[in-house]
Design a protein around this ligand. Structure first.
Ligand code: AMP
Length: 279
């Protein structure tokens, strides 16, 4: 595996391979890698000649600066995991590579309703920061395909919209959620939970599954209220449990071709998110 810390070296390596018509798959991450990230790497490996993974804890997407300070940084273990999974390139830039002082990296895309609901309502500025960093990283890597997890449902929906709005040539591939044995979606934040809380947090997936099996368009509010109660009873503090149209995040109606239940909840000071495709 090659590890690049500067854009110049990364780009000269990739340009050489691009000239040989090699395809490039790209997996952006914040590090603290786990099997969820590795599933993205595996998909990228299966569909591309070269796989680039980046690790960059992007400050502009953290609306809560204490969350940024607490974010786990485990670069040595990450490198080990990437090696085991035969990743070709790790791009591990310093802040100035991503945000040079003389470059305007701001993004001016109106997200409308998508930028007001679910995560956006609780984390002001978060998706602006995500769009900013993903756009910048895509400009550096210029991949054929971008791999993101279904785990961050609103994130990939917004990035898909951004690619469309900016007419960027990269194809977005969304990969299924990898879960722990009790159904808890894998996340770097799970490491901060006690074993008991980690076990209890399995209620999120159980509740999402229940909302899927009992889904009825006419009873959405009831299903949401029951789900909030189940999560509370398990000792978590739910922020929201909301069923939305998977394309525009509005309330589903009889024309919705994609419907998603999405939730966020707190336990032991850790904020967990999860979702399920209902249809
Ligand atoms: P992060 O490092 O948390 O920003 O995640 C990097 C990418 O990995 C994002 O596209 C996430 O959606 C994806 N990801 C994180 N956790 C999982 C998971 N449990 N299953 C599948 N993809 C995941």
């Amino acid at each position: 595996m090659h590890i690049f810390r500067t854009n110049r070296l990364l780009r000269s390596y990739l340009d050489r391979h691009r000239r040989e018509q090699k395809s490039i798959g790209y997996v952006p991450t914040l590090g603290a890698l786990h099997p969820g990230h590795m599933s993205l790497i595996k998909s990228a490996r299966a569909q591309n000649d070269i796989v680039v993974c980046s690790i960059f804890v992007n400050p502009t997407q953290f609306n809560d600066k204490s969350d940024l300070a607490k974010y786990p940084r485990t670069i040595e273990a990450d490198i080990e995991l990437l090696l085991q999974n035969e990743t070709h390139i790790l791009y591990y830039p310093r802040y100035e590579e991503v945000y040079p002082p003389d470059l305007d990296t701001g993004i001016d895309i109106d997200l409308g309703y998508m930028g007001e609901v679910l995560e956006a309502a609780k984390r002001p500025g978060h998706f602006e920061g995500v769009m900013q960093v993903v756009k910048r990283l895509l400009d550096i890597v210029e991949p054929d395909r971008l791999y993101m997890g279904q785990k961050d449902f609103q994130q990939y929906t917004i990035i898909g919209y951004m690619l469309e709005q900016l007419k960027m040539p990269t194809e977005l591939i969304v990969c299924p959620i990898v879960r722990e044995a009790n159904g808890l979606a894998m996340s770097s934040r799970n490491e901060r939970l006690s074993p008991e809380a980690r076990q209890r947090a399995g209620v999120l997936y159980a509740t999402l599954c229940a909302s899927k099996s009992g889904y009825d368009l006419a009873k959405i509010s009831e299903i949401e209220a029951t789900a909030m109660r189940s999560i509370k009873e398990a000792g978590l503090e739910p922020e929201y449990f909301t069923i939305v149209d998977g394309l525009n995040l509005s309330r589903p109606d009889s024309h919705s071709s994609s419907i998603v239940a999405s939730t966020a909840a707190w336990i032991e000071g850790v904020r967990l998110i999860d979702n399920i495709r209902i249809q």
